[in-house]
Design a protein around this ligand. Structure first.
Ligand SMILES: Nc1ncnc2c1ncn2[C@@H]1O[C@H](COP(=O)(O)OP(=O)(O)OP(=O)(O)O)[C@@H](O)[C@H]1O
Ligand SMILES: [Mg+2]
Length: 320
């Protein structure tokens, strides 16, 4: 569905250094990027601010031309075949809307239909379906400028999907949404991917989006991939293992078990750091043979922490 090969994109920026002096500097927004996305995949595209995610998306959709390398989307060259490609993909930028501010959502969507030349019966059917799934009913007749951010985002999703694209590209679609709107959008995207088979590329800073939805995570930093793999592989990159939280019958000194470090003690509760290769069942058995246990919880390494460490270059980059 997507084939990116050795792609680079630089920008020349002029910076004022004095009253009249300006220097030209080159920003390497994308710097040697290669990846492919097979049909049906739900890919999370992650990276710190300025990593080159939006620039990559702009090259995938044909808004920007690569400085080097090649991009193919649905077998097409996005910058040369932008209009043909536009009929096969849907794009949503969370930071701006493609809808008409002054028009009611319903009219905006009708204009989108003309733009993509969707036949009117097919349009009505899809509009009904999207209205139900995205719960647009209550505000279809409200002008776009009066919609809340979450309502507008659902409207934008409908606009991007009216022509039933094979590929949906999303740049931060959940930015600024409350937990309920986020859940609606996530549930919708999940169904779109599993039931319709739509390939999805999702850029987000919200790791909840990634954990809930993505088959694969591609993390970029300074225009290059630093991780490519699934969530378990990402977790495995943490040099910390899982944590066993135990509530003992009574407060006491840190438990004494070989291979286990007690990270924290608070009254009867203790946090045991397990080495990455430890078998939790064996640890629990050994623990319960010596101590009276009231409660137990096993925690995975925190994904936020793993990602933060990747961004800071603490975890060495390597293919996942
Ligand atoms: N039109 C442009 N002109 C000059 N520099 C640009 C332009 N677009 C992007 N850049 C620069 O390219 C780099 C990558 O920007 P990009 O918007 O792709 O990052 P991003 O990963 O989407 O970040 P964010 O998470 O903040 O959205 C940044 O250093 C940015 O300043
Ligand atoms: Mg961006």
């Amino acid at each position: 569905m997507i084939e990116v090969t050795d792609v680079a994109r630089t920008f020349t920026v002029r910076r004022r250094t004095g009253r009249f002096r300006r220097v030209r500097t080159t920003v390497r927004a994308v710097d040697g990027m290669s990846f492919t996305v097979p049909r049906g995949q739900f890919l999370g595209y992650l990276g710190p601010n300025g990593a080159g995610k939006s620039t990559t998306i702009k090259m995938l959709t044909g808004i920007l031309t690569p400085s080097a390398g090649s991009v193919r989307v649905c077998g097409l060259d996005p910058s040369r075949q932008r209009t043909t490609l536009a009929r096969r993909i849907g794009v949503v930028f969370g930071q701006r809307t493609t809808l008409w501010w002054d028009l009611p959502l319903r009219d905006s969507l009708a204009l989108v239909r003309r733009l993509y030349r969707v036949e009117s019966a097919a349009h009505r059917e899809r509009l009904d379906e999207l209205t139900a799934l995205l719960e647009l009913g209550p505000f279809l007749d409200t002008p776009v400028r009066q919609l809340s951010l979450g309502q507008r985002m659902r409207g934008d999703l409908a606009a991007a999907l009216l022509h039933a694209p094979e590929l949906l590209i999303l740049d931060e679609p959940t930015i600024g949404l409350d937990v309920v709107s986020k859940a609606t959008v996530r549930g919708f995207l999940e169904r779109l991917n599993t039931e319709r088979g739509t390939t999805i590329l999702l850029t987000t800073h919200d790791l909840g989006d990634i954990e809930r939805l993505c088959d694969r995570v591609l993390i970029v930093d300074r225009g290059r991939p630093v991780f490519d793999g699934d969530l378990p592989a990402l977790r495995a990159r943490a040099d910390t293992g899982r944590t066993l939280v135990v509530d003992l019958a009574e407060p006491g000194p840190p438990v004494d078990l070989g291979g286990v470090t007690v990270a924290r003690v608070a009254g009867p509760r203790q946090w045991l750091a397990l080495p990455p290769d430890a078998n939790p069942a064996a640890v629990i058995a050994a623990l319960s043979a010596r101590y009276e246990i009231r409660d137990l919880a096993l925690r995975e390494p925190d994904i936020e922490e793993v990602v933060a460490r990747l961004y800071q270059g603490v975890v060495s980059p390597a293919a996942g």
